[in-house]
Design a protein around this ligand. Sequence first.
Ligand SMILES: [Zn+2]
Length: 344
Amino acid sequence: MKKIFKNIAASSLFSRLTEMLYTGIGSIICFHRVFPDSESHADLGLQNAHMTPDTFAGLMDILIEKNYTFLSMDEVHELLIKRRQIRKVVAVTFDDGYKDTFEYALPVLQERNIPVAVYVMTGDQNEILIPWLILLMDVIYQHSVISFTIENNVSQFRTDTSYGKKTAINSILDLIFSSEKNQIAHLRKIIHHISPGSKPPQNILLPYDKLQHYNKNPLVTIGAHGIDHSNLKALNKPDVEKQFNDSKKCLEKVLGSPVVHFAYPYGGREFAGTREFQLAKEAGYLTAVTTRYGHIFPGHAEFLMCLPRISIGPAVCGDSQLFQFLMNGCIAMMKNKGKRFITA
Ligand SMILES: [Zn+2]
C-alpha cells in the first residue's frame, strides 16, 4: 500500500497538481537538531534525535536544485503584507536555540547563502523545560517499569514496549502541560521519582546572552520562543504576557536590535490558540509561527500571528523523496484532509 502511494505521489503529474493546489506561496520549514552521529550516545533515546550536517546539507541542496527562493522571516512578512505575487519561497527556521544549530547547521546555510530564523528562550538554563523533557524521554527509554507519586496519587506504567513508553510519556506530558504554574517543577518531581539523581543534558542550548555574535550575521534572525518553553495555553493571562514581553525585552537588550518574530513553544493546537495569537500581536511581534502543518498562502497576510510550518524531523533523514512530498504539498494535502489554508 505504502509503495502504491509512493508511486502515485512520485508521479510528476500528481506532484505538480499537489504543488499547484497546496503549496501556495511556499513554506516555512522547521528544524531542531543537527549534529554528527559521532556525538550521539548509544544509551540515550531522544538525545539521538537529530540529522547529520551532511543530511541537512543534502536537503538544502534539493531546495536549491528545485529553484526555491530562500527568504528571511522579515522578507516573509514583507511579502505577505505587500501581497507580492511570488511562488516557491522557503524560509528556514530552527527552534529552541541548540548549540548545534550554530555549530553545525549555520555553516551549511552560510556556505549556501541561506537565511535562517532561530527562535530562542531567555530563561535560566536550568529553568527551561527542554533539557528536562529530553531527560524524561531518556529515563523512560532506559526503564522497563516506572512509577511516581503526584499529590498522593501513585502512577505506574510498564515501559518495556514502545507502546508502553509512548503511553507513559503522553500521560506525563498531559500532567505537566495542564498545570497553570511551574510546569518544570512538576516535571522535575516526576523524574526524581522515576530516576533519583539523574541530571538533564547540560549545555545543549546556547545561552541567549551569547547570541550577539550570531545576530551580527546578516543571514541570521533571532526570534523569541518564550522564557522557559512552558505550554502557554495552560498559563494564566499575566504569565502568558510575561512569556511574550520578557523574552522580547531580554533579547532586544542583549542583541541591541528589535525582536519581532516569535515561535510558540510546541506550536500545536493544544499549546497555542486565539488568546496567545492576540497576546503575541499585543506584545509587538510582526509574525508568529505555529507547528500547525501547512504551507503559506497570500491570505496569511491576515493571519500573521499563526503562520503554519512544515516540520522536518529526523524521520526525513536519508529519505529525500519524503522531503519532496513534504515540500510539494502532498503530505499537507493528506494531513489536512484536503484543506489548503491552515491558520488557527
Ligand atoms: Zn521549542
